[in-house]
Design a protein around this ligand. Sequence first.
Ligand code: IPM
Ligand code: MN
Length: 369
Amino acid sequence: MATHKLLLLPGDGIGTEVMAEVKRVIGWLESAGLASFAVEEDLVGGAAYDEHGVAISEEAMTRALAADAILLGAVGGPKWANVPYEARPEAGLLRLRKDLQLFANLRPAICYPALADASSLKRELVDGLDMLIVRELTGGVYFGEPKTITDLSDGQKRAVDTQVYESYEIERIARVAFELARTRRNKVVSAEKHNVMKSGVLWKQVVSEVHGAEFSDVALEHQLADSCAMQLVRAPKQFDVLVTDNLFGDILSDVAAMLTGSLGMLPSASLGGVEEISGKRRALYEPVHGAAPDIAGKGLANPIAMIGSLAMALRYSFGLGEAAGRIEAAIAGVLDKGYRTNDIKSEGTTVVGTSGMGDAILAELGAAR
Ligand code: IPM
Ligand code: MN
């Protein structure tokens, strides 16, 4: 059996608590003989700043570059509100994305029937929702230069962020979206603002070209990003794959996440290109939720998104789709049995904490053996 190099970066806030549950699931995978891992662990975000004065150390970056896959918890918190901008916790995550060239961020939004009542939308609108947001992750306004605040002569200041995309960046993310659509319901919506932004004009044009040349069997629809936000809360089940840029993807994926009942439910994968010689693809997996400092340290956090992120790693990085499926089935199973963390509780359910949810999932996994 191949041994997979897995780097764990729990990070800050609830990141460490939900990662603890993932470690138990890793232990189960190994003891059940389903997988073998060489696990390393390091710091990122505020935790790395406290130890090293930077949001990620060079040593951790070296480990990240050597890993087959990375699992990241969350970064950030009020404790680091005043650290230098370059060393803020988010910088660690952004450096990982950029240096590992993880350009494709896959954010599935699946509404488990058992949770439809936890959504802020009516059950009939979200029950059975199964969409995938494909967010461009290494370009756009997040990384475009110049990115500055300058003093003007009249005492005013000017802030500049730069939204920039080159055609190759749009081509490769469009390909990921179309390829994934073929494995699903064969429909892609592409969202941009071509009515206001040049980058939107190019985005729409390049997506159309890739579609025409390579994927004309896939249904493609273009939506303006604002209208797309409206459609997401009006009729979310119209979406199969939604492809969009870095900033719109950040916003729209939070909206999509909330449709499912809780941010605490959603895993994500950030993938690089396939390397020519090794055939490997760099990958980082993380929950969509953040560090949630308000509940950190209390044992209340929902570990499902983090455990689901491990399942995505098994599927996309390690070719262990069957083991991934068992974990996902166990998650659905505990929800069916009525176990809920605080964020997804409703009447008549059994409220458990972080480790209680871990216990329930492990028991379910054992039962499925
Ligand atoms: C996300 C987060 C990050 C982002 C932050 C932490 C930099 O919100 O992964 O969606 O904006 O991309
Ligand atoms: Mn976000």
